[in-house]
Design a protein around this ligand. Structure first.
Ligand SMILES: [Zn+2]
Length: 339
């Protein structure tokens, strides 16, 4: 694979101390890769907003070497002339860029993925999945055109991200997106979960319904929609907590729109509508009552689309800041006579 940064020569000609225009860029085209818990998906995104999924491969649980090989193979198989590569991962990164991967799902604990993948000369940007999904929905999906959009993902985990003027805000420690927030106090007896995620995620719903550890919430959702009393109670209770979480986020962050993504958030409309109803009742008055709360529209591809977009943004910002720096250095100062 060849990497083409397409931003023209940035070195200023010697002896010409005048401000230079920003070099004309060629339109970018980036590869996005989403590394999820069960699958690794890759696709292309170009500057015109066109995206195309290329391939989906299985994630090897806990096998970091095999997962790294999969990513390298996807990069090598990508079309030539890419501007940059963005990778979405479902874990926090430490300040030096190493993945935390606390449960060892990817086998990449402590691995600096950008450095590992940059060996072939590619510009690689690694971002957290919720930030990628949020950016994709704001740029190309349900939140398009909004300058303050809150993205909330509900699936295997719960997390959120505010995108302000196109930039995902992750906070000083990356913890601003975490669904580990303590739950609001409800009226149910014996509700002692420590986090919103422990009540509202897919595995939490599935485990409560199954009476033991389970991952897939589709059974409890189907049963609730068919009116099974226990399933209805589980969805009603978790939906209340999800609504309280949404209300808290909206009153804190005051977004223009809320986009709800993730497998459960997008497809389990009964659960999502229960949460939206509670959020509107608990938290909203006046202006906030009009804030649209809508399902995500990009589906499973949002993470790799967002990863590619973030990589492109970094590339463009970097080229523009290099040009600005060069102009600042070359701009002539006041002459000796004028001082
Ligand atoms: Zn509760």
């Amino acid at each position: 694979m060849s990497v083409d940064f397409g931003d023209g020569p940035l070195r200023a000609p010697v002896g010409e101390p005048t401000a230079q225009p920003t070099p004309t860029r060629r339109p970018w085209r980036c590869l996005g890769i989403d590394v999820g818990g069960t699958k690794i998906a890759a696709g292309l995104l170009d500057e015109g907003g066109r995206f195309e999924e290329l391939e989906i491969l299985p994630t090897r649980r806990g096998d970091g070497g095999a997962n790294l090989t999969t990513l390298r193979d996807l990069i090598r198989a990508a079309p030539a002339g890419l501007s940059a590569i963005g990778v979405s991962v479902r874990t926090l990164l430490d300040p030096a860029g190493a993945l935390r991967d606390p449960r060892g799902v990817l086998g990449w604990r402590g691995v600096n993925l950008a450095r590992e993948l940059s060996v072939d000369g590619a510009e690689v940007t690694v971002s957290r999945d919720v930030e990628c999904g949020a950016v994709a929905e704001v740029q190309y999906g349900a939140g398009r055109g909004m300058s303050d959009a809150l993205y909330v993902t509900i699936g295997t985990g719960i997390s959120h991200c505010l995108v302000k003027c196109g930039v995902p805000l992750s906070g000083a420690h990356g913890a601003a997106s975490s669904g580990q927030a303590p739950p609001a106090r409800c009226t149910r007896r014996h509700c002692e979960a420590q986090s919103v995620e422990q009540i509202c995620s897919g595995p939490a719903l599935a485990s409560e319904h199954a009476g033991g550890e389970a991952q897939d919430a589709s059974d409890v959702i189907t049963a609730a929609e068919a009116g099974e009393p226990r399933a209805v109670e589980i969805i009603s209770h978790a939906g209340w907590h999800l609504g309280a979480y949404l209300a808290t986020l909206m009153l804190t962050l005051d977004p223009e729109i809320v986009v709800i993504g993730g497998g459960l958030g997008t497809h389990a409309s009964t659960y999502r509508e229960r949460a939206i109803g509670v959020a509107r009742r608990l938290g909203f008055a006046g202006l906030l009552g009009e804030v649209p709360i809508v399902p995500a529209s990009l589906g499973d591809g949002s993470a790799w689309i967002g990863a590619a977009h973030i990589a492109a943004t970094r590339l463009v910002d970097s080229a523009e800041s290099r040009a600005t720096r060069r102009n600042r250095v070359l701009r002539p100062g006041p002459s000796e006579e004028s001082r």
